[in-house]
Design a protein around this ligand. Structure first.
Ligand SMILES: Cc1cc2nc3c(=O)[nH]c(=O)nc-3n(C[C@H](O)[C@H](O)[C@H](O)COP(=O)(O)O)c2cc1C
Length: 103
């Protein structure tokens, strides 16, 4: 089973709740925020990143994390956003994909 790292950032709790539930479903996994991330977590084989959407953007700590950790794009990656508008969530995720160079 792939070991999954879920890096998430939200403000009001929904993103964290989803991240933790994903962790329970996916088996061996760890959830952390960008500030809790430690270098040894690079060993995880599958990376999920999730963020709330605020004024049309992902949380800046997630976009900074993507910018600062280009090794992520070398692994299987999944992204999720939590927003009121599906359109805003999808747009914000496209920006994250562009940042990662996978689009
Ligand atoms: C200040 C603020 C700005 C927001 N801006 C957007 C937005 O531009 N588009 C949208 O779809 N949702 C927006 N939302 C709704 C949040 O994306 C939604 O509440 C989400 O669940 C937040 O995740 P969190 O609970 O992990 O913080 C905004 C919420 C707040 C409080």
């Amino acid at each position: 089973m792939l070991r999954t790292l879920i890096v998430y950032k939200g403000v009001y709790g929904s993103t964290e709740e989803i991240a933790r539930k994903l962790g329970m479903i996916l088996g061996p996994s760890r959830c952390c925020t960008p500030e809790e991330f430690r270098d040894e977590y690079r060993e995880f084989e599958f990376i999920i990143m999730g963020s709330g959407v605020y004024r049309g953007k992902l949380h800046p700590e997630i976009t900074d994390f993507i910018r600062d950790n280009p090794w992520i794009a070398e692994k299987p990656v999944a992204l999720f956003s939590v927003s009121l508008s599906m359109e805003d969530g999808a747009r914000a995720l496209r920006e994250a994909e562009e940042l990662m160079g996978i689009r």
